[in-house]
Design a protein around this ligand. Sequence first.
Ligand code: G6Q
Length: 541
Amino acid sequence: MDRGRKIMNSLPAYGELVELAKAPYDLTERAALNPERISRYVCRAAGFDLLYATQRMDDTVLRKLQQLADESCAVEQFLLMKKGEVLNRIEGFDSENRQVLHTATRDVFIDKPYAPDATGQAKKELEKLEQFLAELDDGTVSNAKGEPFTHLVNIGIGGSDLGPKAVYLALEAFSIQGRQVHFISNVDPDDAAGVLGKLDLSRTLVNVVSKSGSTLETLTNEEFVRAVFKRNGLEPHKHFLAVTGKESPMDNPQKYLRSFYMFDYIGGRYSSTSMVGAVMLGFALGYEKLREFLRGANTMDLAAEEKNIRGNPALLLAMLGIWNHNFLGHETVAILPYSQALIRFTAHLQQCDMESNGKSCTRSGEKMPYQSGPIIWGEPGTNGQHAFYQLLHQGTTIVPAEFIGFRNNQRNEDLIIKGSSSQEKLLANLLAQALAMASGKESDNPNRRFAGNRPSSVLIADRLDPFTMGKLLALYEAKIVLQGFAWNINSFDQEGVQLGKILANRLLDHITAKSDKPDYSGMADDPVGWSMLETAGVLSK
Ligand code: G6Q
């Protein structure tokens, strides 16, 4: 089988899309957004409605996007990924060289998982977690006074923080009464002190999460928090949990109340459904709701195998994103959830998308001849409406938007004020924004003129519960990797992050006088002008 790996602009559909992009569908024409168009361009799958009539496309563009997806074998490669193909590689160059199996962590409830070994390992960890959660519930595990643990502090950074935090906040409404999770990620001592200062430490678990077990911020914060526990007369090994890779420097069960593992083939930013997210989420929600969340992710992983772009929301979002970015030339994407619970979801996607697809070479090491990942940003609506939406409507830069909304609220508490509930107000605002961006508004007054033709998609589900959140997370993960396959890039490494880490460590060695001068080996001399910083006194206390 042709497994893709072709440069996207060499595919036949590419040139045709370039031509079509010269005159994209005009959403500002009278009746351009008619009921027929709106009902024609809805993708209904896995409990989501994805409305995309407000994109600048028509059937011809859609057919060509389908062709581009087919020619790049995006879905086939997604399936190969799930089955354990080594995809984390740049051919002919020194690079990572691994399977990419985050989907295996949620294949745990199906009879014939795609990657049985990886799913077997995930199951084992999940069983350990189920047991631990049961012991917390029945009091077998408790604090020194026999009281239950009520708080959990999660220490981790990047992929070991952003996804878990986004998912926890999304589902906090479903927490077991009396349990709360808190997060420390930055190596800023005020972050840690601020979080700890609010807690009864005697009833607090600390979950240290680091796949490598060697991340400076996380290890520093772990020591910091251990010192505070000791100062308060508490024994850290009776409060601290570890989630790490086997044989990492943190793989030392004596130091921890429990140790859980995640595996090499799960990338940090895709790790929310591994123990990285599961330990924290299981504590907060309980095992059954954790299962629902994983089941949701699995449901979307299956839906993302559909080859028809009209029936696969992840593929549709991916290809519409490519249309807007590569062909219509829009450089950023705003992800705008109309749900306060999704307050950190865009931040998580910022990492997942930009770290995955912010690449400049193809999987054969050639310089990218077209744009790879866009800049991702956004905030929940309606707050964003009172901040940056001015630019979305009238700015000189066009920003395609992805709106996310829910028909029902999470907490079953709402009030009709002036004829509508708050939830209805939220949804009405979301839809109004998408329509206004698309249609625009003519006026003789240039200051009141809205050019329109600002594309968006609207993703709607019934309610943000654990099952739906699992689906939403997996939908975006699949969108990101499908785009990466179409662009023919390695979406699973992050060399760009490593350089800064190395330099910071060398600089710290210098500051702590372990070396006379910063070590610039392998780099241009004094690449960031540290000697200048020193002369200017920036590095001294
Ligand atoms: C994600 C990245 C990165 C990583 C952090 C934390 O894909 O690899 O964000 O998650 O650097 O790494 P550790 O989990 O190893 O501490």
